[in-house]
Design a protein around this ligand. Structure first.
Ligand code: COA
Length: 170
């Protein structure tokens, strides 16, 4: 286990998570801002990349386990992204669509923010979000972030939200 919140456990994802994660990432509505919903192979690759990130960086997207059921209901975590030639640390999140609107992404994102600042010592955290992804923008705001710029990122218009470490977030 990496982190615990009131309703969630964040732990490293593993290959046996593929079915539960596929349920989250294959949903067309959830993946409307991605080139396409994930198939099983893409979900497996997603897990592989995060397992590599744990080894390489000591962090990545973690599996979100709903304590009430013990089931994987999404992912959330920290990933390194190059933005305008600079390595930044992004907080990312995906929640199973039947559980949207209950504050779960915000709860997970806030825990990752606090961990990034206080345990990993980052000075700044960002979220990269499609301008039309209102729910994700709202999560970034509730995570204390502000919109700092809009850029073309990987050939797509992208809002860059950011928060810098302060005494209250460290
Ligand atoms: C973005 C996502 C993770 C949010 O998860 P969640 O658990 O529902 O988020 P929360 O409940 O913590 O907060 C969502 C907020 O967005 C708001 N919201 C959702 N849809 C909205 C809409 N269409 N218009 C306005 N506000 C909206 C909710 O009301 C809530 O804000 P509030 O607490 O002020 O009422 C979820 O929608 C998701 O998995 N989407 C697909 C994957 C994705 O886009 N990930 C982000 C990539 S950058």
């Amino acid at each position: 286990m990496v982190l615990e919140t009131k309703r969630l456990i964040l732990r490293e994802m593993a290959f046996y998570d593929v079915d539960d994660l596929f349920e989250v990432l294959s949903d067309p509505e959830a993946m409307q801002f991605y080139p396409q919903p994930f198939d099983r192979q893409m979900t497996q690759t997603w897990i592989e990349r995060n397992v590599q990130r744990y080894t390489q960086h000591g962090f990545g997207l973690w599996a979100l386990i709903l304590k009430q059921t013990g089931k994987l209901i999404g992912d959330c975590g920290l990933i390194m992204q190059e933005v305008d030639g600079v390595d930044e640390i992004e907080i990312g999140y995906h929640i199973r669509c039947d559980l949207w609107g209950k504050g779960l992404a915000t709860e997970a994102a806030q825990a990752c923010r606090d961990y990034g600042f206080s345990q990993l010592g980052f000075d700044k955290l960002i979220s990269l979000i499609n301008p039309a992804n209102i729910a994700s923008r709202r999560v970034a705001e509730k995570n204390g972030m502000t919109l700092i710029k809009e850029i073309e990122w990987r050939d797509k218009p992208t809002c860059v939200y950011a928060i810098e470490r302060s005494d209250s977030t460290a």
